[in-house]
Design a protein around this ligand. Structure first.
Ligand code: PHE
Length: 372
């Protein structure tokens, strides 16, 4: 049940070529991890709410129950995503039918909320993307969208032009948020591109010897305001990945843990507060299995990962391309190394061999590649 509406399997999964939603994705709809106050994602959401409530005297409207099933128009057209943008492809996005998708970002709600008269809002929700598999990527994750509209008096008083004013306010707001959550942490701004903002930026945080992208943001494209009843105003928007931030904040080493019902995980967050560092229970050994095949033109890594995830579920930790060559006849071979590991128990050889055989069979039948 999402937003008071019951979603059935038939609403989402269909045996139709225009539908690419597998059962394991359907089973995540309605889980709404971000609404659990004793879950790291809920704790983080509440901490961000607290920052906005204190600094903006409760001006931001908070929505965390909007339905993740949206139209193509909401997900892409309304936020000016070009017709030929990769994110529209079946390879990147879960389609229910040609006009309906599982939202791939919370930006899908910007236009409708503006039209409903919202000018300051935070939208939190589950988002869905077909992707590769590793410890920081999972096909379902959670985002929070922030949006703020300014009226002319606000930037006119500053002596700045509307765009610079909005960009400066945005950066100040998000740097304050990062400090509210992390205290002292190394961060940097990187210029980037989004169809719906200009200029656009990414905020990166230094974590485990790497720069981790935690949010995208920018000054809202004027066209979005013009189309949705705010032609004289300017705005900023941001979209942040809750898992990415929570992994840094709580020291959570693997994104699959957010879905764990293991008491050794859940009990560590029972206080519902920031400041907890996750204590890993003994790490079980990974088991690596390689698979090699001649690819065809339609092969994609996302399709491979979907097959592996369909067989092994959360027992797969990583799928990594370890060899890639083309022979004299022009045939290309890929070798992938699959890491199997449970976070909860040690896996038996038999169990892993079973999984690997099923993966080989399905890779062969579904992806129509030739196993070597
Ligand atoms: N929707 C973007 C994403 O998912 C994030 C974003 C939101 C960027 C709002 C700019 C403004 O990557």
């Amino acid at each position: 049940e999402v937003g008071g509406v019951k979603i059935t399997r038939q609403d989402v999964v269909r045996d139709d070529p225009t539908n690419n939603v597998p059962d394991n994705i359907f089973s995540k709809l309605g889980m709404q991890l971000h609404r659990r106050n004793q879950h790291p994602l809920g704790i983080l959401k509440n901490a961000i709410y607290e920052y906005f409530d204190t600094n903006y005297s409760n001006k931001f409207n908070k929505l965390d129950d909007l339905c993740p099933i949206v139209s193509l128009k909401q997900n892409f057209d309304d936020v000016l995503v070009p017709e030929d943008h990769v994110s529209r492809s079946y390879n990147d996005t879960y389609y229910i039918d040609p006009q309906t998708v599982l939202r791939c970002h919370t930006s899908a709600h910007q236009a409708e909320l503006l039209r409903s008269g919202y000018t300051h809002f935070l939208v939190t929700g589950d988002v869905y993307r077909r992707d590769s598999i590793d410890s920081t990527h999972y096909p379902v994750f959670h985002q929070m969208e922030g949006f703020r509209v300014f009226v002319p008096e606000e930037w006119e008083a500053s002596g700045m032009d509307a765009t610079s004013f909005s960009a400066a306010d945005l950066k100040k707001c998000l740097e304050g948020l990062a400090r509210h959550l992390f205290g002292d942490v190394e961060m940097r701004w990187v210029d980037t591109y989004f169809p719906f903002t200009n200029p656009s930026f990414e905020l990166e945080i230094y974590f485990k010897e790497k720069w981790l992208e935690v949010l995208g943001c920018g000054v809202t494209e004027q066209e979005i305001l013009n189309r949705n009843g705010q032609p004289n105003n300017v705005a900023w928007a941001f979209g942040l990945g809750l898992e990415r931030l929570a992994m840094v904040l709580f020291d959570i080493p693997d994104i699959r843990l957010f879905w764990s019902n293991d008491e050794r995980f859940t009990s560590q967050f029972s206080k519902g507060q920031l400041g907890v560092k996750f204590k890993p229970y003994s790490k079980y050994p990974p088991c690596y299995k390689d698979i090699s095949f001649w690819i065809n033109e339609s092969f994609t890594e996302n399709n491979l990962c979907e097959v592996v995830r369909g067989v092994a579920g959360d027992l797969v930790e990583e799928v990594q391309l370890i060899d890639n060559f083309t022979n004299k006849k022009g045939m290309t071979s890929h070798c992938y190394r699959i890491a199997y590991r449970s976070m909860e128990r040690s896996l038996t050889d038999d169990e892993i061999n079973d999984l690997q055989w099923k993966v080989r069979e399905l890779v062969q039948n579904k992806l129509e590649v030739v196993i070597r």
